[in-house]
Write a protein of this length. Structure first.
Length: 285
């Protein structure tokens, strides 16, 4: 069993935040717990290599997505139902990388779960078959490295200052002045918001809120004894009520309600959460 983020090679780090492998094995005679997934600041390509995987959102009841799935930037909670023998190999992209690689405006993809061949039509299917034949995790990482490298050499859009501003927002966990970022990117605030949305899929203020929310989520999972007030202040909220408002708006649940579900997630039951959330909180892999 494994839940681990892998750092890509230096040549890919402008485009890929991490490669991730999730491998869960449960007793086939027992029900598999589900995971309530809050929105993350991520666009992700998934390769589901084993048994079927199901998704449930507020817009759509439980359904089976394609085996090769592109998850665009989300703004609401989704329930993920894994199988008894489940392997998901992921490419987690940098904030504006999918736009750079494909030229598709990110606003056209937001809140969608798409057949990946619609986004990466050339080699994604052969990569899936290679992954299914792989004999170990490192071979899987090597396969997705080669696939991503093939995308990078054919990138449709160049890096611009807005992409650097995206990274500034990420590094500051959403706590940064949008007017200052616009000035750094050499745009008016209105132009910056439009360019940012085209490349990331959300306006910068909403994206910053998701970043703060995700940081609070990771801290709580890493340090479950930490008070909500302390987490709120650490993440740049004025108080717990401000944090709770964002939890409710994006997840439909209060912080205690969401983390009560988190305690029953597959990774928590399998004892895989301590290291992964510590690494996400500290920013290491």
């Amino acid at each position: 069993m494994l839940l681990k983020d892998f750092l890509p090679s230096p040549a890919l780090r402008l485009y890929v935040k991490c490669f991730r492998i999730i491998h869960f094995c449960f007793d086939p005679l027992q029900p598999v717990p589900y995971k309530a997934y809050p929105p993350k600041p991520e666009q992700t390509l998934h390769f589901f290599l084993k048994e079927p995987f199901l998704i449930e959102t507020k817009e759509r009841s439980k359904y089976q997505p394609p085996s090769i799935l592109f998850t665009a930037q989300q703004t609401s909670l989704a329930n993920h139902f894994t199988a008894h023998n489940f392997i998901d190999v992921q490419i987690v992209f940098q904030p504006s990388a999918v736009f750079q690689l494909t030229g598709i405006p990110a606003t056209e993809l937001t809140n969608q779960f798409l057949e990946a061949k619609l986004i990466f039509p050339t080699t994604v299917q052969s990569t899936f078959f290679q992954l299914r034949e792989a004999t170990d995790y490192m071979e899987m990482i090597n396969i997705v490295e080669v696939f991503t490298s093939s995308l990078v050499v054919k990138a449709k859009k160049e890096l611009i200052l807005v992409d650097a501003a995206c990274q500034q927002i990420v590094r500051n966990h959403g706590n940064v002045s949008m007017d200052w970022l616009a000035k750094q990117a050499c745009y008016s605030t209105k132009q910056f918001k439009r360019k940012f949305a085209e490349r990331v899929g959300l306006n910068p203020k909403t994206y910053a809120r998701i970043l703060r929310l995700n940081r609070a989520y990771n801290i709580r999972n890493c340090y479950p004894g930490k008070t909500w007030n302390a987490i709120a202040v650490q993440c740049g909220y004025s108080d717990y009520q401000h944090l709770a408002k964002d939890y409710k708006e994006f997840n439909g649940l209060t912080p205690p309600e969401l983390h009560s579900l988190e305690n029953m997630s597959p990774e928590n039951i399998l004892g895989l959460t301590k290291t992964i959330y510590r690494n996400r909180f500290t920013g290491s892999l």
